[in-house]
Ligand binder design. Structure first.
Ligand SMILES: [Zn+2]
Ligand SMILES: [Zn+2]
Length: 199
């Protein structure tokens, strides 16, 4: 996503721009996920909206491309299986692992720990960084490029998993099983890249 206007001033509320005409003329349709967005200027209806003013780390490169930074955690159990679930938000239904945007006022590791606790209810674990790589991958907030920071951790197989409203159907899968189950782009990329490490 290229955005040629100056980045909007951060306010105390999220500012939303049409993904097509990049004007602040969108309204949300529906009150529960999955949301769609409608533009009163160009009549585009879309499942994504360009959003500013959140705590997410956002930058703009010299060619006006917008970037988010994101974190993800591969959680292994005693059987060397990885904790996954299905998304209820964009991209809906795809398999994912605990992941989300990195936040301005936290370290990357603290952002990863926060996602882990929020999305699957796992806390008090040690993370180790296994990769950092930029990927061309879109998110529901209208950005098409993300710098990913990928961590791993281990938990006992008896660990209780508690999903929040961003996910359903928690499951423990081998790396090979992940690749057969419609993973989000980043999960597929990092699983293939680290197959040797994940055995
Ligand atoms: Zn528009
Ligand atoms: Zn994003």
């Amino acid at each position: 996503m290229k955005f040629t206007q100056p980045l909007p001033t951060v306010t105390d509320h999220v500012r939303r721009f049409c993904i097509s005409c990049q004007t602040e003329t969108v309204t949300m349709i529906g009150s529960t996920p999955p949301y769609t967005w409608s533009c009163s200027r160009c009549n585009t209806v879309c499942d994504r909206v360009l959003s500013f003013g959140m705590n997410t780390i956002l930058s703009k490169s010299s060619d006006d491309t917008l970037w988010h930074e994101s974190v993800a955690v591969f959680v292994f159990n005693d059987d060397r299986k990885i904790l996954c679930f299905e998304r209820t938000e964009y991209p809906i239904g795809k398999l994912t692992i605990p992941a989300g945007h990195a936040e301005n006022d936290k370290s990357l590791e603290a952002s990863a720990l926060m996602e882990l606790e929020e999305e699957v209810g796992i806390a008090d674990v040690a993370l180790s960084l296994i990769d950092s790589e930029p990927l061309h991958e879109s998110c529901g907030w209208g950005i098409d490029d993300h710098l990913w920071h990928v961590y791993r951790t281990s938990v006992p197989s008896s660990t209780t998993v508690v999903l929040n409203d961003e996910g359903v159907n928690p499951m423990w899968l081998t790396a090979e099983e992940i690749l057969l189950r419609n993973p989000v782009f980043g999960l597929e990329h990092f699983t293939r890249k680290h197959l040797d490490l994940f055995h």
